[in-house]
Design a protein around this ligand. Structure first.
Ligand code: SF4
Length: 359
């Protein structure tokens, strides 16, 4: 479902497609699980339709994520808590064309599963936060946005849907940072509560990388998700982590950008992220700045209107937003923090064109 690589966003990966055996008492079932959504009954089991794997799950077994489980031929999901909570800003997601400079309460769910969670740098919290308390915390911190991030939010679908509903009632927006391997039926349910989504590609969606690290043949399910989100008027930005040696082909990067232009829209912001060595990829180097700049040129040549370079150790000039028409700088950022914004509402103050920014 997700790659093993680490960027600003989490990565989780099932160990194998083998189902996991689980049995549980009725007391523990009520204590630790809630009934899941987006599934149907089938002969001798249930089918989960949440992500592209569409797992068939026999009684007392779990899907390959290890989170959704069949008890008595009903699909349940772990009763989640928030594992980490940080106050930052939407630029850290990265979202550069959505509520510029907005304060975000960024949370990571706790996945009690065999799926790997990569948010070790974040301060852990031990207090149990109900959905209402999470929203209250956002209000207390004066956050305009709650970001569901750091590990794959699709695994917390029911928790996020409910929390996001409460957040909207308090006029707080919701942001989802995901690998995009979520089925369109699930998007139809959750999109009304989600305001912006960051879709994280890695290695430009290289088929070998997809097969080895996402257990998928290609990026088609991700593009289907992007199209459904846009159809439901959710703001979308894309990241692509360029991974040295195993996913840094500039032509593949151009192909990914060309597909975004052809199948989605050239106005979708496209962020090229530097890879940082971690865990099983600790032997790989950081992506060089020159490689990121080559990819940047390719993405611009493909017709993407707003290309960015980010997640770099040193600040990079291509973190800034330039007007696509007159090429003047309209938003300046340093290391993912907004330093100045001279937009006139959503228009370039120099030439007056709209800059595709959600305010
Ligand atoms: S979320 Fe995906 S991996 Fe998990 S059970 Fe459902 S279909 Fe399978």
């Amino acid at each position: 479902m997700v790659s093993k690589t680490k960027s600003k966003n989490s990565s989780i990966k099932p160990k194998s497609k083998k189902e996991v055996t689980n049995s549980i008492s009725k007391t523990d079932l009520n204590k630790f699980y809630n009934e899941a959504q987006v599934w149907n009954k089938e002969r001798n089991g249930v089918r989960c339709n949440l992500c592209a794997f569409k797992c068939f799950i026999a009684k007392d077994k779990a899907g390959i994520c290890g989170v959704r489980k069949n008890f008595n031929n009903k699909l349940y999901t772990s009763n989640k808590n928030v594992k980490a909570m940080v106050v930052d800003n939407v630029e850290r997601r990265p979202l550069f064309h959505f509520l510029p400079g907005a304060k975000s309460l960024s949370i990571s769910g706790d996945s009690n599963s065999e799926w790997k969670i990569e948010h070790d740098r974040l301060p852990r919290i031990t207090k149990k936060f109900t959905m209402e308390q999470t929203v209250k915390e956002a209000e207390n911190k004066k956050a305009e946005v709650i970001s569901y991030t750091y590990n794959e939010p699709t695994l917390f679908f029911e928790y996020i849907k409910q929390t996001a509903r409460y957040a909207h009632r308090s006029s707080i927006k919701n942001v989802f940072s995901t690998n995009g391997i979520i089925n369109t039926d699930a998007i139809k349910i959750i999109a009304k509560y989600i305001d912006a989504v960051v879709i994280n590609f890695k290695a430009s969606g290289d088929p070998n990388f997809m097969a080895n690290h996402h257990l998928l043949k290609n990026t088609d399910p991700i593009f289907a998700a992007i199209k459904q989100l846009r159809k439901q008027r959710v703001h979308v930005e894309i990241t692509n982590t360029i991974i040295p040696q195993i996913g840094d082909d500039v032509q593949k990067c151009r192909e990914l950008a060309e597909r975004v232009v052809a199948d989605v829209d050239p106005t979708v912001p496209f962020h090229l992220l530097q890879f940082h060595p971690n865990n099983e990829f600790s032997d790989l180097p950081f992506t060089s700045t020159s490689k990121l700049e080559e990819c940047f040129d390719m993405v611009e040549r493909a017709g993407i209107r707003y290309a960015y370079i980010g997640n770099t150790i040193e600040p990079h000039k291509n973190e800034n937003t330039f007007c696509f028409n007159c090429r003047e700088m309209v938003m300046q950022r340093i290391s993912g923090n907004l330093k100045s914004n001279i937009l006139d509402k959503d228009r370039c103050p120099h030439c007056g064109v709209r800059m595709d920014v959600v305010l």
